[in-house]
Design a protein around this ligand. Structure first.
Ligand SMILES: [Zn+2]
Length: 272
C-alpha cells in the first residue's frame, strides 16, 4: 500500500509535468472507485490549468484554476504515470487527464480502493482533511505539539502516533522504526513520556520518513512516475522485520509482538 513517502514521491514525480499545464480532456473509463468519481469532473476540468500539485496526508491535490481541486488518493494499489504520448489503456487504467502539450497523466488502480474527487473551495477544509493532525515533515509537528497531543493519553504510543488525528502519515513500519530510533517502548502509554523523549520521537519520525522519501518509499508495488521510471526500494530497517536478530544499538534481541492487529518490532532492552 502506498504510504506517505510513496505519495510524496509520486507528487514530486508528476508535479513538473503537470503544473502550469492546461487539461484539455478527461477520459473516465471507470467511475466506480472507492466511491463514485463525480460526473462534473469530466465536464468542468477541461480548459483549466493545473496551478499546483500539493499533498495533504496521503491525498494528492491537483489545484486547478477557478478554485477547484482534483483530490486523488492512491488507495491500496493505485499509481500515477505521466505518458509522454498517448498509449492504449490497459484494463485498470481508469482515468486519463490529457494535457495541452500532448502528454497524459494516467491513473491505474487494479483494486479500485483509490478515490478521485472534484472539490470546490479550500481543499484543506474538505471533510476528509479538515480534522487531520499536522504533517510530520511540516513546521507544526514538534516536541511541544506532540507533548500536548499525548498529555493524559493512556493509549500505547505506537497506536497514538499512527492515529491521523495525532499526526498524519506514520504507517506501521515507520512507527516501529521511529520508536526504535527514539528508544521508546511501543506499548508505553503516550501520556507517560516526557517532552525531551517525545522530541526524539519527532526527530525519529522525520528522519525515517525523509529517508524513505529519498529512496522512493518502502512498499512500492505498482507505483510509477515519469516515463518507465519505477521505484522498488527498501530502506535500511533497524527494527522492522528483524525479529530474533541482534539489536543494532545494544546487546539485546529484536522482538516481534502484535499490537492492535499490527506487527510491532522493538528491542525490549533499549526501548523503555
Ligand atoms: Zn537494543
Amino acid at each position: 500500500m502506498p504510504e506517505l513517502p510513496e505519495v510524496e514521491t509520486t507528487r514530486r514525480g508528476v508535479a513538473p509535468w503537470v503544473e502550469g499545464r492546461v487539461v484539455t480532456g478527461v477520459v473516465l473509463r471507470q467511475p466506480r472507485l472507492r466511491w463514485p468519481v463525480p460526473r462534473t469532473l469530466a465536464r468542468q476540468l477541461p480548459g483549466r490549468e493545473i496551478l499546483a500539485v500539493r499533498r495533504r496526508a496521503k491525498y494528492l491535490l491537483f489545484e486547478a484554476e477557478g478554485d477547484r481541486t482534483l483530490m486523488l488518493h492512491l488507495g491500496m494499489t493505485g499509481s500515477l504515470r505521466v505518458l509522454q504520448a498517448p498509449r492504449p489503456p490497459g484494463p485498470h487504467d481508469h482515468l486519463d487527464l490529457e494535457l495541452a502539450d500532448g502528454r497524459m497523466l494516467r491513473f491505474h488502480d487494479p483494486r479500485r480502493f483509490g478515490s478521485v474527487d472534484w472539490v470546490a473551495g479550500d481543499p484543506l477544509q474538505h471533510p476528509l482533511l479538515r480534522d487531520l493532525g499536522p504533517e510530520p515533515l511540516g513546521p507544526g509537528f514538534d516536541a511541544d505539539y506532540l507533548a500536548d497531543a499525548c498529555r493524559g493519553r493512556r493509549t500505547a504510543v505506537k497506536q497514538h502516533i499512527m492515529n491521523g488525528r495525532t499526526v498524519v502519515g506514520v504507517g506501521n513500519i515507520y512507527a516501529s522504526e521511529s520508536l526504535f530510533r527514539a528508544g521508546i517502548h511501543p506499548a508505553r502509554a503516550a501520556g507517560r513520556i516526557g517532552t525531551p523523549r517525545l522530541g526524539r520521537l519527532v526527530s525519529g519520525i522525520r528522519d525515517v520518513l525523509e529517508a524513505a522519501i529519498r529512496q522512493g518509499g518502502t512498499t512500492l508495488r505498482d507505483f510509477a512516475w515519469g516515463e518507465d521510471q519505477r521505484g522498488y526500494f527498501k530502506p535500511e530497517l533497524a527494527a522492522y522485520d528483524r525479529a530474533g536478530e541482534p539489536c543494532l544499538r545494544c546487546p539485546g534481541t529484536i522482538r516481534h509482538v502484535v499490537q492492535g492487529q499490527r506487527s510491532t518490532y522493538y528491542c525490549p532492552r533499549c526501548q523503555r
